[in-house]
Ligand binder design. Structure first.
Ligand SMILES: [Zn+2]
Ligand SMILES: [Zn+2]
Length: 734
């Protein structure tokens, strides 16, 4: 019996396996290259998948298979190593392979559109062509037109320009090429060809030199670059990137969402000059796809991007850097719930190259790995120049009258700071005007109709806004319960603090930085530029302000409320709080001006706060790791979270209970089950939510269970009544 070729295709669908098809009609074996896209029939429609492998089977086995419709690429978009990494990630994160592969493709390519041309097609006159006279072409008017166009424009033009200018169209190009009058040249776009502008690197200090020297570029190794803010981590990255480029390799640099500012991009451009591809979600689809192709074809030597850039194919990958590795934005919180940081380590290992994770406040996971010897721990202890670390102080606000969350002491310090001509920064973790709107007469509170949540008042737009589902309504003028007009607000967000500050300091320019003031493209950069130019002396904002930016003239930082972090429901709350405080504090005193940080708290005696203030983040992290070990929480154990939601109240619980029963019989006592329990906010966007937590001492035990369990979950009857998802190594418990 003859053998039949069968295509194993990753088709975007919520199913965990790949799909088998017969090759499209009229294709030769040589065209069946893994990594090309394939259009396939699927259900009643068609989908665009990616060919994973070609297997052979007895002809009889293939007879019931459908035939794929068409191959969409002449050359593979993914290498065998890329596909293997994607398959690994799909297995590890228990996510359908088709969706994982689709996730790694630029948007247009996902939809089956042809790849954008990356190289510019330039047509030039040959010596022979340059001697021709358009008038002599007689009846070939189109060729004459093209020849004239090229002669007028100095001998060469891009194909797009020729076609736009009329220029006789494609047939004329082909005709002149056949005559040997013009030749085609494919070149990289100008921005990639740009030469380095020759900015010499600043001299590295001893710590930086030691960190650079410690990294072996010839083989896999994980390095944790633990450096206080302002210690020059970026210079270490740049030095390593330069070394990797000099060795003919490509480098991948990942930064958090908010960290990818035009300033950082310019800094990389100035130093590396050529071959930089920037990838982030703010780019237009076309720009992003071009950058992706440049990286994939090895034309871009450096890829600088956010989380999703991790999956970019890079044929000569020689270094991965993950900056601010503790940042939550490296974890995708929906769909394919991968951690770009963790996957970066796996990718480096599979590529045989080093990976550097950098942070001033490393995650407990990474510190644990460093202590266990899996990561090499490199420290940068000196701040650049003469800058001194900021002094942290706790400000006891028990029985203190606050105005919009500001204590009298903090207000006095603000006044002194502004009077001395310096900048001050206030951190408050809530946007909007006030988180609670209530009726003074009957106690009614404005609630979201679709969530178990209160509505936040946004005063400028006079809207009540749910920060969980995004629904909004106009602010009522009277209480909807009792009709009383005495509606009041409690608590404060950035909008209200700004209003109060404007009353106290009418002369000071105030820059408020939160999601509301930075929604429009470019607005964040304008605000940041204004801060650098000294247009604003009071800076006020949410976490957006806490990350990555340098404010050399800020000498006072006020943190309005840290107490949620001390008693948060999530076991990671304290770690996050400590990281946030240190990151915010790091904005101050960057230059020669010493900085001061005031932390308002109702728990000034809390041991964790005390340790953070007196001994710093490292001591705090040591303490938190000891607590995690005692409680057998990650990183001393491994977790997966099964989430379920439905519009009917009981459905998630029924599904999760059935799932738990199944897991119990499969786990054999090696995986603990917690729950099912309702999510911390049970109802969101009109749907009831619950989850089941799985925890094991050994990663292998958890993985073994998940592999069997997840494929069986889909078959449960109760699964049809809920929307469910699995989150391996969850970072948040909602
Ligand atoms: Zn009322
Ligand atoms: Zn809501």
């Amino acid at each position: 019996m003859p053998e039949q070729q069968i295509l194993r295709v990753a088709v975007p669908a919520p199913l965990h396996h790949s799909f088998d098809y017969l090759p499209p009609a009229d294709t030769s074996t040589e065209q069946l290259l893994p990594g090309v896209r394939v259009r396939v029939p699927f259900g009643r429609g068609e989908r665009c998948g990616v060919l994973l492998e070609v297997v052979t089977a007895a002809d009889a086995d293939g007879r019931r298979l459908k035939r794929a419709l068409a191959l969409l690429d002449a050359a593979p978009l993914f290498s065998a190593a890329d596909l293997a990494l994607l398959c690994w990630a799909a297995r590890y994160y228990q996510h359908p392979i088709g969706e994982v592969v689709a996730n790694a493709l630029p948007l247009r390519l996902r939809k089956g559109e042809p790849p954008l041309p990356v190289l510019q097609r330039i047509w030039s006159l040959t010596a022979l062509g340059a001697r021709q006279n358009p008038l002599a072409l007689g009846r070939a008017a189109r060729q004459a037109e093209l020849l004239a166009l090229l002669l007028e424009s100095g001998g060469s033009l891009g194909q797009e320009q020729i076609l736009q200018a009329g220029g006789g169209g494609r047939p004329a190009l082909q005709a002149l090429e056949r005559k040997g009058w013009i030749t085609l040249d494919e070149r990289l776009p100008a921005e990639v060809r740009a030469a380095p502008t020759g900015h010499p690197p600043p001299p590295l200090n001893a710590d930086q030199q030691a960190a650079v020297a410690a990294v072996d570029l010839a083989c896999f190794g994980s390095y944790l670059l633990d450096g206080v803010t302002g210690s020059g981590k970026t210079e270490v990255y740049l030095a390593l990137v330069e070394r990797a480029l000099a060795a003919g390799r490509q480098a991948l640099v990942l930064v958090p969402e908010i960290g990818l500012t035009p300033q950082l991009i310019r800094r990389f451009e100035r130093r590396l000059g050529m071959g930089l591809a920037v990838l982030h979600s703010g780019l237009a689809a076309g720009e992003r796809e071009r950058a992706w192709h440049l990286a994939r074809l090895g034309q871009a030597a450096v890829v600088l991007g956010t989380r999703s850039a991790l999956l970019t194919p890079l044929p000569r990958l020689g270094l991965i850097v993950v900056d601010e590795e503790h940042d939550l934005s490296f974890k995708q919180q929906e769909g394919f719930r991968y951690s770009a940081r963790d996957l970066a380590v796996i990718r480096a290992q599979r590529s045989g190259c080093p990976v550097m994770l950098g942070s001033a406040t490393p995650s407990l996971e990474s510190l644990h790995n460093a202590r266990a010897g899996r990561y090499r721990h490199l420290r940068l202890t000196q701040r650049a120049g003469e800058a001194q670390p900021a002094r942290l102080d706790l400000l006891d606000i028990r029985s203190v009258r606050l105005e919009a969350g500001l204590s009298p002491v903090l207000l006095r310090m603000l006044r002194e700071t502004l009077a001395a001509g310096n900048q001050a920064l206030l951190f408050i973790n809530r946007r909007g005007y006030a988180p609670i709107v209530t009726c003074h007469a009957c106690g009614w509170v404005a609630q979201c109709r679709r969530c178990d949540a209160r509505l936040t008042l946004h005063a400028a737009s006079r809207l009540l806004w749910c920060h969980h589902c995004g629904s909004q309504r106009r602010q009522e003028s009277k209480c909807p319960e009792c009709g009383d007009a005495d509606l009041r607000t409690l608590g404060q967000g950035t909008e209200r603090v700004e209003e109060v500050l404007a009353g106290y300091f009418p002369e000071a320019g105030i820059a408020r930085i939160d999601r509301d003031t930075t929604r429009r493209k470019g607005s964040l950069d304008r605000l940041l530029d204004g801060i650098r130019q000294g247009k604003y002396s009071l800076l006020l904002g949410t976490q957006m302000l806490a990350k990555g930016h340098h404010f050399p003239d800020v000498t006072l930082v006020g943190i309005l409320d840290v107490d949620q972090g001390l008693f948060g429901a999530d076991f990671r709350a304290a770690e996050r709080m400590a990281q946030l405080v240190v990151q915010v504090a790091g904005r101050a005193g960057r230059a020669e001006k010493p900085g001061r940080v005031l932390i308002q708290t109702r728990h000034p005696d809390h041991p964790l706060m005390q340790r953070l203030v007196s001994q710093g983040y490292a001591a705090c992290a040591t303490e938190l790791l000891a607590e995690r070990e005692a409680a057998a929480f990650p990183p001393y154990s491994y977790q997966a979270l099964l989430r379920a939601e439905a519009s009917r109240e009981g459905a998630p619980r029924e599904f999760l209970e059935e799932a738990a029963g199944l897991a119990e019989t499969l786990a054999g006592g090696r995986v603990e089950l917690w729950g099912p329990v309702p999510a911390p906010m049970e109802r969101r966007a009109g749907r009831y939510r619950a989850h089941l937590l799985l925890q094991a001492d050994q990663r292998a035990d958890l993985q073994r269970l998940l592999c069997v369990w997840v494929s069986q979950l889909a078959k449960l009857k109760s699964a049809r009544r809920v929307r469910w998802s699995i989150d391996v190594d969850p970072q948040e418990m909602f």
